[in-house]
Design a protein around this ligand. Structure first.
Ligand code: HEC
Length: 166
């Protein structure tokens, strides 16, 4: 009688343990799956925009240009001059509408202030060191820096006017 009781209790205990074990395993599996699905859904959030696609219409950059006023209409003769300057000085690294050594300027005024653009043209060395957006841009382009082409302020302004037409 005693031995059967012992055997019975041992049996009961083992059943209890194995059941408990199973349940734990199940729970683990479940929570693991849950983790995976939450990871999957949170991964493709659109917040990881590259610097070249980021929109920052408050940042004026660092450099000689503090304020630029754009007339409502594009100044065609200034834009044509800017196009010449761009073709001579910039097309080694920039294509108007596709990524090349640097980003394409098409639509750039929807992403950056006119002041930031001109400071980037006139003062790129300091910009890529100190301006947060320019710093990120430099990283996106694997450390190849925007070149200072020694443009006059007038020519940089003309290039900006040309960018308005792209
Ligand atoms: C030697 C190559 C090179 C030349 C020449 C060059 N750039 Fe760049 N430019 C870059 C690179 C690379 C970047 C992006 C990485 C960075 O900022 O360092 C860039 C970034 C820029 C940006 C910022 C673009 C954005 O989307 O935010 C502007 C504006 C720009 N360049 C204008 C010009 C103009 C105007 C000229 C001609 C006067 C010119 N660049 C000549 C390489 C060049």
């Amino acid at each position: 009688m005693k031995t059967t009781l012992k055997l019975l209790s041992i049996l009961l205990i083992t059943i209890f343990i194995s059941c408990g074990g199973k349940e734990e395993k199940k729970k683990e599996g479940f929570s693991y799956e849950k983790k995976e699905t939450t990871e999957k859904t949170s991964a493709p959030k659109p917040e990881v925009l590259p610097a070249s696609k980021k929109i920052d219409l408050a940042n004026k950059g660092i450099g000689p240009i503090k304020s630029v006023t754009l007339a409502p209409d594009v100044d065609q003769s200034m834009a044509t001059h800017g196009e010449d300057v761009f073709k001579n000085m910039c097309t080694a690294c920039h294509r108007t509408n596709k990524k090349f050594i640097g980003p394409p300027p098409t639509g750039i005024l929807k992403r950056r202030t006119p002041e930031w653009i001109m400071n980037m043209i006139l003062n790129p060395e300091q910009m890529v060191k100190e301006d947060p957006l320019a710093k990120e841009l430099l990283m996106e382009f694997n450390g190849s820096p925007m070149a200072n082409q020694g443009l006059s302020e007038k020519d940089a302004r003309a290039v900006l006017e040309y960018f308005r037409t792209l």
